[in-house]
Design a protein around this ligand. Structure first.
Ligand code: F0G
Length: 428
């Protein structure tokens, strides 16, 4: 439950595609079948594979970023921001609406971009300084919250008025489309497939990490604009691989083609969303602070409210995530200040939200797994005073949450284990 990325269960037809793949370095038929699926499902004529989502982010930041300028987004993802800043030397502007940071909310589209803030940013920076405007469907670090079609249309309109390039991160597009279907009135009579196609028609460039909605390991960039793909093409063999594999195995490309066709099925698009809804609503009903409304990819616990005695300097969500691991064996993900790198001058940058993300990979878990975690979270909530903060004992310079090492302040883990052992049992 650390992530929903690369750990989803493939379908029987995806496994069949593994076996049937045409393993050629150049001109593999499997690639052309994949390109057909991209055209059928997303409506794009040009596509290039990359080894995973962040490789797409690297190429986009390198080619379309403006050093000294800015890239605009509804909200950042960790690797996205790192590429915008490190690869393109741009500032990453996050133009979400105020509601986005309210963890307890009924707003159906907390992933929307604030249109007034977009207009203001364009005025401030000038269109020549803005590399592109990126919409992430759904916003991972806000708790898997979607944007509405109406909002995407407005973003597109403003970008057109200023000749700005629009980009969509579609790693979780099927889920964003599912939310539009369920929550946006005008789309209730459309299919998830139709919604996905319409979303794709509203941006110039599309990329995704295939590790999420398509349930395989890889990624791609797609567009209908020849002049855009032509700018990216020369760099593909240098950073990824030849044009008909782009750093992926042909087997994964075959399975990705099937995954694309399958993700538009509402039973697939909604499979983890409905589990998350159950998970979130149950915790919310018990008074345990979670991000509402329920989003995609995970149940997000609001650590700032859960352990409100821990100061922000002591990595609130990291501490709660460690406690969950001790009390349940469930490895969740810190999505807070540990996941936010320091500023250039070494100063700590405190995250907007301190979340413990309990990811729900697709077609992997059942309700009884969720019940187990709810039971343990309930115990932790009652004993939350035992949890203290953390401190870094080794800290890498970029994406520190991957390789950093932390220690428990005052060795609180010991006492926590002892009380847990007395209450629940187990050996430590
Ligand atoms: N964009 C989004 C919205 C993502 O969630 C991720 C990865 C990426 C890009 C990068 O893709 O991993 O294939 O290189 N998210 C994973 C997670 C790592 O745990 O949420 P990648």
């Amino acid at each position: 439950m650390l992530t929903d990325s690369g750990v989803n269960a493939m379908s029987d037809n995806q496994f069949a595609a593994f076996l049937n793949a045409d393993d050629a370095y150049a001109g593999s038929m499997t690639f052309y079948e994949f390109a057909d699926a991209v055209k059928d499902i997303l409506g794009y004529q040009y596509v290039m594979n990359v080894h995973q989502g962040r490789a797409a982010e690297h190429l986009l930041a390198k080619i379309f970023g403006k050093p000294g300028g800015a890239v605009i987004t509804n909200y950042h993802f960790t690797t996205t921001k790192a590429h915008i800043e490190v690869t393109s030397g741009s500032a990453c502007l996050e133009l979400y609406a105020d509601e986005a940071l309210k963890t307890k909310s009924t707003h159906p589209f907390k992933g929307n971009m604030d249109i007034q803030r977009l207009k203001d940013a364009i005025k401030k920076w000038g269109k020549d300084k803005i590399g592109y405007v990126r919409m992430e469907a759904t916003t991972n670090l806000l708790g898997g919250q979607p944007f509405s079609m109406e909002n995407l249309k407005e973003v597109r309109k403003v970008c057109d008025q200023h000749g700005l390039l629009t980009v969509m991160d579609g790693s979780l597009i099927a889920e964003n489309a599912y939310f539009i279907w369920k929550r946006e009135k005008e789309y209730q009579n459309k299919t998830v497939a139709e919604i996905i196609k319409e979303m794709c028609s509203l941006v110039d460039l599309f990329y995704l990490s295939g590790r999420k909605n398509t349930c395989v390991r890889g990624g791609f960039i797609a567009t209908n604009k020849k002049e855009l793909i032509e700018q990216l093409e020369p760099w593909l063999p240098l950073y990824e691989g030849f044009y008909t594999y782009g750093g992926m195995s042909m087997r994964e490309i075959g399975a990705m083609a099937v995954g694309l066709r399958e993700m538009v099925d509402p039973a697939v698009a909604g499979c983890s969303i409905e589990q998350i809804k159950y998970f979130v609503e149950k915790l919310d009903g018990m008074g345990i602070p979670v991000v509402t409304p329920p989003g995609g990819l995970a149940c997000h616990v609001d650590a700032r409210k859960f352990v409100n005695h821990i100061p922000k300097e002591h990595y609130i969500a990291g501490a709660l995530t460690a406690a969950l691991y001790i009390a349940s064996g469930v490895r969740a993900m810190e999505r807070g200040t540990i996941s936010t790198d320091r500023a250039k001058d070494g100063k700590e940058v405190y995250a907007d939200l301190e979340l413990t993300r309990i990811a729900l990979p697709r077609r992997v878990y059942s309700i009884s797994h969720i019940e187990y975690i709810i039971d343990r979270l309930n115990w932790i909530y009652k004993n939350r005073e035992l949890i203290k903060g953390l401190r870094f004992i080794s800290e890498p310079p970029v994406l520190r949450f991957f390789l950093g090492k932390l220690d428990a302040l005052d060795n609180w883990g010991r006492k926590f284990c002892d009380v847990f052992k007395k209450d629940i049992g187990g050996t430590w």
